[in-house]
Write a protein that binds this ligand. Structure first.
Ligand SMILES: [Cu+2]
Length: 498
């Protein structure tokens, strides 16, 4: 089968070298759960316990990762989750608190937890082979770290494609000094779902690699580009995903069995949106309402009123909305995907029939905000400073063959970026592919040219973007695409302090 779209996807601009192919070949022969995640580079041993500083509040919690079965509107799916449901339990602390979280791994596989977006100490970052040993089946592991910045975060494994199972949960760091000028708060976690529906994420990845692209059953193929959806003229993402999902979820619920968020009319609600999907960018709207976005990836922005906005994998946005009177659909529409429907929850403040599973929000047909166009609040700006070091970072690869990389090679074959502590580093990111990639940096935040602070940014096909970071958190860190299939197929690179 050929089509213009496939040949366009085939376009290999930043070419992957022989090393990348070898790395992929080596991986695909390995265990289905490990994929191209690098082999352990050195043994780390048990984490060295650390102590909270004097007066520091300690927040302790424990999680059990295990197999469970969850009901999706009548369909029983077997999956892995933190406890018996997904999203897993909300973790919450104040900025500056000391978190001590114990993970009990009752999965039949290695795992880990990455605390996405938190500027934490390197040893707690949760990347097997880079900051810790894999947590073996049956083992417990204690994560101890200070969470310095308020914001909306989440956590998930940094092991294989486990994120695309039910292993994710929100993490909220509160600012004790914030006035909290709202009546209620809802955490809204978006996801794309395939696990336990006759396949698993490991099988999906193996098939993507084996088939060299999305032409076989289960994968989205030609003709699924993003142009079928609202806001046609402004849809910027080109081909945005590789996997055909049967379900899209809000807080673990499909639209046929939606979560109902209840409040009273005219209440002000803070919405904390988290995109925990592995392969899906959503456009989000609350039918009949406009929202005021206040934070991007936890950082304050100049409040911006929108009808709808995009949220990429790994991104978080906070918004304030004043609720109308009635029943309204909260819709998250998968960008560029023509099957599997949408994600939806219901907001109810009064009488009125519940929205249907395919209810639309007219706001999605209007202007849909691209988060990187928000402007930073003055308080959230990285102080202006010329870079001490500038490096390039190309996003490379293609669907056919299914090979992704950074700076010309797959992770493990590419050369780490290096920085010295105290330096201001500029990374000129160039997306040399025909797909959109959410680029995520561990252990730091970065500033866009506008000053907007983020830890995850959507890069449209062929887009270039300079991101600046302050090298103030020594260790070995990851920069990677937050499409988990791309990451596992090599679209990662290390950032090391020299
Ligand atoms: Cu990607």
């Amino acid at each position: 089968m050929t089509s213009p779209r496939l040949s366009r996807r085939n376009l290999l601009i930043g070419s992957l070298g022989v090393a990348a192919t070898a790395a992929l070949a080596a991986c695909s022969g390995g265990s289905s759960q490990t994929g191209p995640t690098p082999a352990v580079t050195r043994p780390f041993g048990a984490p060295a316990p650390i102590q909270p500083s004097a007066g520091q509040q300690v927040v302790e919690n424990s999680l059990v990762a295990r197999q469970t079965t969850v009901d999706l509107a009548g369909q029983q799916v077997s999956t892995w989750a933190y406890g018996d449901a997904f999203p897993g339990p909300l973790l919450r602390a104040n900025a500056g608190d000391f978190l001590r979280i114990t993970l009990d791994n009752q999965l039949p596989a290695d795992t880990s937890i990455h605390w996405h977006g938190i500027r934490l100490r390197n040893a707690a970052d949760g990347v097997p082979g880079v900051t810790q040993d894999p947590i073996r089946a049956g083992e417990k592991y204690v994560y101890e770290f200070t969470a310095p910045d308020p914001g909306t975060y989440f956590f998930h494994p940094h092991t294989g494609v486990q994120l695309d199972r039910g292993l994710y949960a929100p993490l909220i760091i509160d600012d004790p000094h914030e006035p909290g000028n709202y009546d209620a708060e809802w955490v809204i976690v978006l996801d794309d779902w395939i696990d336990g529906t006759g396949t698993t994420p490991d099988d999906v990845l193996a098939k993507l690699i084996a088939d060299g692209g999305p032409t076989a059953g289960g994968m989205s193929g030609m003709g699924h580009g993003g142009m079928n959806h609202g806001a046609m003229g402004t849809a910027p993402w080109g081909d945005a995903g590789d996997v055909t999902y049967p379900h899209f979820l809000i807080n673990g619920r499909p639209p046929k069995d939606p979560q109902v968020l209840t409040a009273t009319p005219y209440q002000k609600v803070r919405l904390r949106f988290i995109n925990a999907a592995s392969d899906t960018i959503f456009s989000v709207a609350l039918g009949g309402h406009r929202m005021t976005i206040t934070h991007a990836d936890g950082h304050a922005v100049n409040p911006t009123e929108v009808g709808a906005f995009y949220i990429g994998m790994g991104e978080r946005y906070d918004a304030i909305v004043t609720l109308g009177d009635g029943a309204f659909p909260l819709v998250a529409r998968p960008f560029g995907k023509t099957s599997g429907g949408q994600a939806m929850a219901v907001v109810r403040t009064g009488s009125g029939s519940a929205p249907d599973a395919d209810a639309t929000a007219t706001e999605l047909a209007g202007n849909v905000l691209i988060g990187s166009q928000l402007s930073p609040a003055e308080s959230a700006k990285l102080p202006s400073r010329a870079p001490d070091v500038t490096v390039g970072l190309s996003l490379d690869g293609s669907m056919q063959p299914y090979q992704w990389g950074m700076n010309g090679a797959a992770y493990g074959a590419n050369k780490p970026l290096t920085v010295k502590q105290g330096q201001r580093m500029r990374i000129n990111v160039q997306n040399a592919t025909m797909m959109t990639h959410p680029v995520h940096l561990h252990g730091h935040t970065f500033a866009l040219p506008s000053g907007l602070r983020k830890d995850t940014v959507l890069m449209a096909p062929m887009q270039s973007l300079a991101i600046d970071l302050e090298a103030d958190n020594p260790g070995d860190w990851m920069i990677h695409c937050h499409n988990i299939y791309h990451a596992e197929a090599g679209m990662m690179i290390a950032l090391k302090y020299a």
